[in-house]
Design a protein around this ligand. Sequence first.
Ligand code: G3P
Length: 225
Amino acid sequence: MSDIGFPSVIVNFKVYSEVEGRKALTLAKICEKVAEESGANIVVCPPMLELSAVAASCSIPVFSQNVDPRKPGSGTGFTTPSSVAAAGCAGTLVNHSEHKQSVSDVGTCVSMSKDLGLCVCVCSDTAEGAKDLAAFHPHMIAVEPPELIGGDVSVTTANPKIVSDTVDTVHSVDKDVAVLCGAGVKNGRDVRTALDLGASGVLLASGVVKAKDPESVIRDLISLI
Ligand code: G3P
C-alpha cells in the first residue's frame, strides 16, 4: 500500500459540476500544492473518469470513489479494483453512503483491493455498522451520518458521540484500523475537534469542492492539525 499518512484529510470530489473534466485536475493540483507546502496528508478522490489523468499528474495519493467486486473481464460499466490500481490510484473509498453496497460485497471489495496493494477506506453510516465493517480489516473506516452530508453543520458539532463511539467500536475489533469522520466538515476547528474525539482524519467534499476559494479553505482545514 502507498503510504497514507495521518492525520489525513480526504477530499471527495464526488460528481459536482465544479470538478467535471479538466477542472478535477485543477482542484487536485491545489490540494497537492498545499500538501507539499505544509506537509499535511491530503488525499483526493476525483470523479472516476478523471482518475488516470489526476493520478498521472499529482504526487499526492489519489483514491477512487468506489470499486465494484469484479475481476477484469466481461462486466460492462463496472469499476474493477484492478483498473483502479492500473490507473495509478493509491486507494479507494468503498460503500459511500451515496453508493451503498451489501456487507458481503464490501468484504469482497476490501479483500480484492488490499490484494492489489490499494489502501481502502470503507464508509459507514453508523457506529454500530462500523463494527461489522471493521471485521474486514480495511485500512480506514469513515463514519458519516447521511443526514448531515452536504450540510453546514459538521458531524463533530451535531453528533460528536458518533465519532468517539465509532473509534471505540472499531478499535474493539481492530486497533490498526484508522477511523475518520465526515459530513458537514468545513474548517480547521471541525478537523481539530475530530482529532480530539479520537479520529485520525476527516473525509469531506462540498466545503472544498464548492468553495469560491478552495485553496484558502484547504489551508484553513489543516491549520490546527
Ligand atoms: O465523502 C464525503 C462526504 O460524504 C461528506 O460530504 O459535503 O458533507 O463534506 P460533505
